[in-house]
Write a protein that binds this ligand. Sequence first.
Ligand code: NHR
Ligand code: GAR
Length: 204
Amino acid sequence: MSVVVLISGRGSNLQALLDAAVPVSAVFSNMAGAGGLAIAAARGIPAIVVPHREFSSREAFEAELAAQIDTFRPGLVVLAGFMRVLTAGFVQRYAGRLVNIHPSLLPAFPGLDTHARALAAGVKLHGCTVHFVTADVDIGPIIVQAAIPLRPVDTPDTLAARVLRQEHRVFPLAVRWFLEGRLEIADGVVRVKGGDAQLVFDDS
Ligand code: NHR
Ligand code: GAR
């Protein structure tokens, strides 16, 4: 099954997927110069920029993005640090085969600046979530979460780094489950056939 990855930046989650031997057939970025493009190119994977700023609307940007994505016939489309909200039309086109990694324990802290917001809220537990993408942002069915305890010394930067390490563990796990056909959704709740744990807790 072909997997297409959408990025906007550094690409460390893309790297984690590649290191886990996920069969990535193409990488798309809305930002020229995104670090992840070089990671893909170094592996001989097509790395394609569709610059959103050059389109007059979200719909026009997404029409071009989808047309190019579809040339790779993906069974799964992965948002790995992709920073553009997608319209309902795009989400519908890839319904059930579009996943995202979000840097918080959803449903807490959807949207942006999650680490600073977690600190400001004084939560004692933080982490990341891999979920199916729905038209409403950051509320799709949850596939797997990783949790870490907050420490008194944490700053947004230390939290981002600690959460990122967990992202690199659970994102390949979730994608592997999908590719193995082991994810089932009932009433908005995702279950993994075989009963693997859908929570990783890291206290190290
Ligand atoms: N689209 C839909 N329809 N549903 C989701 O669940 C999505 C999505 C698009 C992206 C990732 C998400 C995240 O994990 C994601 C999930 C960007 C924004 C945002 O506000 C919000 C959530 C996410 C990604 N983006 C601004 C925008 O106007 C631009 C911000 C920027 O460029 O820095 O699109 O957090
Ligand atoms: C990751 O922390 C990811 O969870 C987050 O951006 C980072 C991308 O890092 N995603 C979002 O904030 C989506 N809005 P990477 O480019 O090194 O994978």
